[in-house]
Write a protein that binds this ligand. Sequence first.
Ligand code: BGC
Length: 408
Amino acid sequence: MSKRHLVALSLSSVLALAACSSSGGGAATSSPSAAASESAAASGSAAASGSAASGSCTVAVSWNNYQQPRWAKNDQPNIKKTVEDGGGTYIDADANLSNEQQLTDINTLIGKGANVLILLGQDTKAVLPGVQAAKDAGVKVIAYDRLIEDPDIFYITFDNVGVGKAEADAVLKKVPEGNYVLIKGDPGDPNASTFLPQGWDDAGLKAAVDGNKIKVLNMGGSTWPKDAGTYTDAWKTEKAQSNMEAIIDKAVADGNKIDAILAENDSTALGVAGALKSKSYGYPPLSGQDGDEANLQNVAAGIQYVDVWKNANELGKVAGASALELCKGTAPADMSLPSGLVDPSVAPKSPTPQDFTTPGGNTVKSYILQPTPITADNLNLVVDGGWITKDKLCANAASGPTPAAFCS
Ligand code: BGC
């Protein structure tokens, strides 16, 4: 029996156990691509039999979700194109926010002959059996955008602490004192729970709270930063909106004014903006990250103050190129990004992977790309960078509370 079959079997046991212990949240639905890969694996022992032909490179991506626009619009096509341009084969699956489905997907992708697995983990802990299965099958793992605590992963992401810092730098400069609301993302994502809050603190949030300049209206408990703010399951816009509506209602009932809102990303910022609108609250300075179209339009209209743009096209290229190198057997320490591959304004500080020490104490090799904060004052950057056309960016500006001069 091949090593891949054994791995597939052992991961199946993990899945069976996971399914048995599941709290019954309903059957996981997989994306068309996941369904296709499962049916391919199920229908042919050739597909499931494993290793790619010698010299070829199959790069598999396990997506946790396609709910936020960036993954399908920017990350995926750039990974795929870079892999295919380099002569490799691209396969993927979308777990549609289900931990169990993600483990199934990883199993399927290994069975289909993946040489490298690019992994966007739904939950940093729940995905670990999948990482182990990949390692057992000799498949190299890239933790993509979100950290996974494992000493053998290669980590490719934007500077998430830097993203949080850029969000809070902008909002704190605008509102150095007052009542803040903190809207966090999914608690199982280390970006939401660890790195972005660390960036907020690097910008001075905790110091301002300790110095009684800023009061957080939605403290969930006393431990900072864990209990500060409200988490948003699966980073969902609707959830962020209902959470924010309740926060507004409470603030109004308590006679508190909301002066500023730090939202960790654009899908949550969109929910916050929806709540501000539905409650006719006005628009206190609000942050987000990603550079999603709707949020950049909100920046142009004066609804969102800052959007920390992560040019995910470039992240996809870095991951695709690195996966091809891993296929060749190049150790991360010996890699160098091809010159001209990545826009210099967001490129990692060095073309060679650098050490990254994780919160769990692992030292892994990493490429960390640089984010770009966008406000009404530098909207030209997203247009000049080819990220969005001026027409789209400015589509709703005139009807907004504070149209950006750039759009007039
Ligand atoms: C990513 C964000 C994204 C969020 C929701 C985070 O881990 O860093 O860019 O908006 O997940 O998908």
